[in-house]
Design a protein around this ligand. Sequence first.
Ligand code: CA
Ligand code: CA
Ligand code: CA
Ligand code: CA
Length: 204
Amino acid sequence: MKNSILIFINILIFSGCNIITGTSEYKDGGKCSPDCQQSWLGDGVCDEECSSADCYYDFGDCSDSDSSDTGSDTPSCSSQCPPELIGNGVCNEVCMSDACNFDNNDCADDFIVCNDSSNYFPIDYKCNGTNDCKDESDETGCAECADGSNLILLEQVCNKIVDCKDKSDEANCSECDNGDLFYTDNLCNGYEDCSDGSDELNCP
Ligand SMILES: [Ca+2]
Ligand SMILES: [Ca+2]
Ligand SMILES: [Ca+2]
Ligand SMILES: [Ca+2]
């Protein structure tokens, strides 16, 4: 009789430990993330709110779906870049490699990727007048200011913001029907420069 009571108590303690080890740090108070409900952690469903290092990537729930999202080759793309970081909306320079798919475009505001995927550079290397990419793609899609003082992105021509010191990028513009501007020389050039296509309407 004594023995069976002892065994019963042991089982209780053992199973109690098992419960605690799953979510030990977050069961009592502290949350790993303000948007991550504690009951979501490790429930077998990937909750994006819990997919962070602090939440141990939802206690593993998110690792499977992430690897299927980003392709089978991503888990081992780099020892520095865990698959959870790729395409998570935050720029991780450790994932800026061809093998890691250049962080699935998370770094578009910070870096340019050469067209041939051979390299990447800080964003201000785009149209800076120096060929940085082997394929020179960092210097394509650029426009030169009339006074030759600097280069700008083609998108900066007639974007209602003065980018050239001589203001030439905003000097020869016409208005689309929707209020956007387009480079006047592109009127009726067979290519829709206005998003509403109005620069190609009423052409001879
Ligand atoms: Ca990222
Ligand atoms: Ca350059
Ligand atoms: Ca401009
Ligand atoms: Ca046009």
